[in-house]
Write a protein that binds this ligand. Sequence first.
Ligand code: GLV
Ligand code: MN
Ligand code: MN
Length: 432
Amino acid sequence: MNQQAELALDLAQRAQDHIDSERLQDAIATLACFGGRKDGGVSRETLSDADLAARRYLVDQARALGCLIETDECANLYFRRPGLTDLPPVLTGSHNDTQPVGGKLDGAYGVVGGLELIAALNDAGIQTQRSIDVVAWTNEEGCRFGPGAMGSSAFVVPARLAAYRESVDSQQITFGSALDAAHAQFPDLGRRPMSSALFAYIELHIEQGPVLERAEVPLGVVTGIQGVRWYRVTCSGMAAHAGTTPMDERADAMVAALGMANQLYAYAASQSVSALRLTLGQWRVSPGSVNTIPGEVVFTIDARCIDDAVLQRFEDELRDVTRSWTWRGHIDFECFFQRSPTAFPDAILDLIEQSCQRASRLAQRAAPLRLSSGAFHDAMYLADHCPSGMIFVPSEKGISHNAAEATAPRDLFLGVQALAYTVTALATGVSL
Ligand code: GLV
Ligand code: MN
Ligand code: MN
């Protein structure tokens, strides 16, 4: 190992050893107050008032840590701890938005973990060669405005933003107008160009599934992310009187939608257990009256698999089911989000593994496990832009996208320790 790499690993260890568990827990609890719910969950959909208030809190925290704060055209927030050189920075972070009813950790943990890393570097008096930036990406969840991961994907390919601005929420508010309103709330922040050069991107996140907990392992080295496709299916029939229209003379959009849904679930069940994950999560019934036959039903499909060929076969099946359904109405579908599986590079996996091993060993816990991610993350787009990787900590009972989402404080602590080592090593001289 050359002298520069040795020094980098020494600084990485010092950064790891300065992570403060209590400060981390306080920050997680405080951020969870923005959009906090009585059931312990968080409702902080992207660019909502709660999200904007949480952003203000993060800006204040980062300012108190001495960071330079910037935003960009997609309202992503960047908190910079300047390095000694102008070399491309190391970026870490995650997203600040939640599902309509989410938990305290999905996304928030990665952002707060990044700020804890900066606090630890300050405490340790460590200067890095490269700047370290912490990012809070806009609209990762994709539930208020589809698709998901808008902020990170627009950062990587800025041309995507024009179409995203047209996306509407359930109140017919466009993403573009919500973005403009968000920018107006932070008029003094400088604008950073999209797609700027990065040395590496490391995202810390809860697993959101059961693998680490079942293995009794506190840290996961994420090898990649499964592919995802989102579809919108529109069944168009005819609204008519519920009491007077004979059953065999109806064009009931709900009958078509339920029939299709059952065929698709049966198809998914016929695949091997881990092959295809299928979710029909959003339904809109028009006119939505107790005594009117549904004239239109629109529902969404979320299909995921680590193998893109399985997703393509599912799409072929969806097309067949759509065409073969015979009734008085018609059915259309469109794919509005598609992402092939992501694989993270070996050099990043090895460094993350080394970081996790040291944190686990010092805590006398089991060695890290390599696993792939079932959820998508901003890191899947960043992987197109720079060497990227992810660190996972366990989710209790594998639960996420739910108010009950939780992770033991000692595991959250180890995750930020592993992040601190990885990011500091990258920012102080470890080459890729
Ligand atoms: C992200 O939240 C996902 O749905 O995987
Ligand atoms: Mn997330
Ligand atoms: Mn999520």
